[in-house]
Structure formats: C-alpha cells, structure tokens
Design a protein around this ligand. Structure first.
Ligand SMILES: NC(=O)c1ccc[n+]([C@@H]2O[C@H](COP(=O)([O-])OP(=O)(O)OC[C@H]3O[C@@H](n4cnc5c(N)ncnc54)[C@H](OP(=O)(O)O)[C@@H]3O)[C@@H](O)[C@H]2O)c1
Length: 221
C-alpha cells in the first residue's frame, strides 16, 4: 500500500485519481480548496484549504502531514483561460503561469522532506504545452504555462535523480470535466485516469523526465 497526495482533488481528474487509488487499496491524501460531497463520500483523508499558490497554505499542510512519507505526489490542480491574440490579457496569463507552472514546482520543493528514494512526482501537464504539437495556435496563457511546467518537470527529473525520486510529466488526453465544458469530445475521467495510473506504476528512475499521453504514447516537447 502506497501513499499518494493529490492536489485539486474535489472534482474532475483529481477526484477520479482519489477514487481509483482508494479502490485499489492505496492511502490517499486528497488536497483541495473546498471539499465536494463526492470527495467526502470516498472516505479518504481530505486536507482542505490547500490553495496551491499560497506558500502559507502549503506550509500549514506540511505541518499537518508531519513526517508522513509520500510515495507519490500528483500535482493535478490547474486552470485554463482561453486567451486569443485579440483578447490577450496579461493578468490572466500570469495567473495561469502561477497556478499551472510555478505552484507545482514550489509545492514539490516544499514536500521534499516527505519524499525519499523511490518516491514519484507526477505533473499533470497538457499536450497544449508541446511546442512541436502546436498546430492550432492561440491559448497563449494555458500553452505558455504548460510548456513551463514541462520544463520544470524535466529539470526536476535531473536534479532529483541522485535522491532516487522519479518525475512523470503526464497529459491526461482531452477529458470531459468542467475545464472542457466547451466540447463533448472528451474521454471520461475514469478512462483517462486508468491510463495515467498505469503509467505512474511504470514510472522509475530510468524513464524519469518523459512526457507521456495517458494512452502510453511518448509526446514530443
Ligand atoms: N480536462 C482535460 O481535457 C485536460 C487536458 C489536459 C490537461 N488537463 C489538466 O488536468 C488537470 C485537472 O484538470 P480537470 O480537467 O480535472 O479540471 P477541473 O475539473 O477544472 O479541476 C481543476 C482542479 O484544480 C483545482 N484548482 C484550480 N486552481 C487551484 C488553486 N489555485 N489551488 C488549489 N486548487 C486549484 C480546482 O479546485 P476548485 O474547485 O477549488 O477550483 C479543481 O479541483 C489540470 O492541471 C489541467 O490543466 C486537463
């Protein structure tokens, strides 16, 4: 039985991670700003008031966790605000950069004393953060923030190798959640998370720093 900490776990992909990991018998620490009834029903440990952009909030969480060893830290919390060239909004771009790129890096660093040899850090990024895969343009804030997250993940994988901590940079696919309510094309969170959990299980120090799709494909940077 391994211990997983998941951010943004009150809904969407984060909630589904909690459900599947709990179902297979793992220890789940579900962090969120405000718990949802669906999360509370799961019977996992819920840590609320965790705002990923707040250093104080993260330090308070670390105090509550005390010396608990984390086998896997899944940084899932994220936002998407669709800025086009004609609706460019620098505050929105900065907000997405802070939530999607800077916070997972700072959160990883803050949790370092709770991780050790064999621990895993998982960053939930997006294929929209692939420069090579960008054929449709626009979405400046979201794309720029997820490219930065991918870069943070790659550096973390190099810096943490000597400590035996591996890093997975994972794209969930287009998944039907509140974030993608503009389309009906998405796969279910259940299907996506099944694939993501399989990849996390196979994540190790040798394949650390790889950018994967939930379907197992390796994505270009
Ligand atoms: N859905 C997709 O197709 C798709 C595709 C590629 C990547 N992703 C990535 O997958 C991750 C999960 O997305 P989702 O589809 O499940 O979206 P979602 O349903 O909108 O859920 C987003 C989660 O992030 C949390 N969150 C946002 N800002 C936060 C903050 N400042 N502090 C703490 N928690 C915060 C939300 O909490 P609140 O309820 O408190 O707002 C919510 O739990 C994101 O990183 C997203 O970029 C999703």
């Amino acid at each position: 039985m391994a211990t997983y900490l998941i951010t943004g776990s009150n809904r969407g992909i984060g909630l589904e991670f909690c459900r599947q990991l709990k179902e297979r018998g793992d220890n789940v620490i579900a962090t969120c700003r405000t718990p949802s009834p669906e999360l509370e029903e799961l019977g996992v440990r819920v840590e609320s008031d965790v705002e990923v952009t707040s250093t104080d909030s993260i330090l308070r969480l670390r105090q509550r966790l005390n010396e608990i060893k984390l086998d896997c830290l899944i940084q899932n919390a994220g936002i998407a605000e669709y800025n086009s060239l004609s609706t460019l909004d620098s505050k929105s771009i900065l907000r997405q950069f802070e939530v999607n790129a800077l916070s997972p890096l700072c959160f990883s660093q803050a949790m370092m004393s709770n991780m050790g040899k064999g621990s895993k850090i998982v960053l939930i990024t997006s294929r929209m953060g692939s420069i090579e895969d960008n054929t449709s343009g626009s979405s400046y804030g979201y794309r720029m923030s997820k490219v930065a997250l991918c870069m943070a993940g790659k550096s973390l994988s190099i810096d943490l190798k000597p400590k035996g901590i591996s890093v997975g940079i994972l794209h969930p696919g287009l998944v039907s959640t509140r974030m993608t309510s503009f389309t009906r094309q998405g796969i279910s969170a259940e299907h996506s998370v099944k694939g993501l959990v399989g990849i996390i299980d196979s994540l190790n120090i040798k394949n650390s720093g790889t950018f994967w799709h939930s379907n197992g494909e390796i994505l270009p940077w």
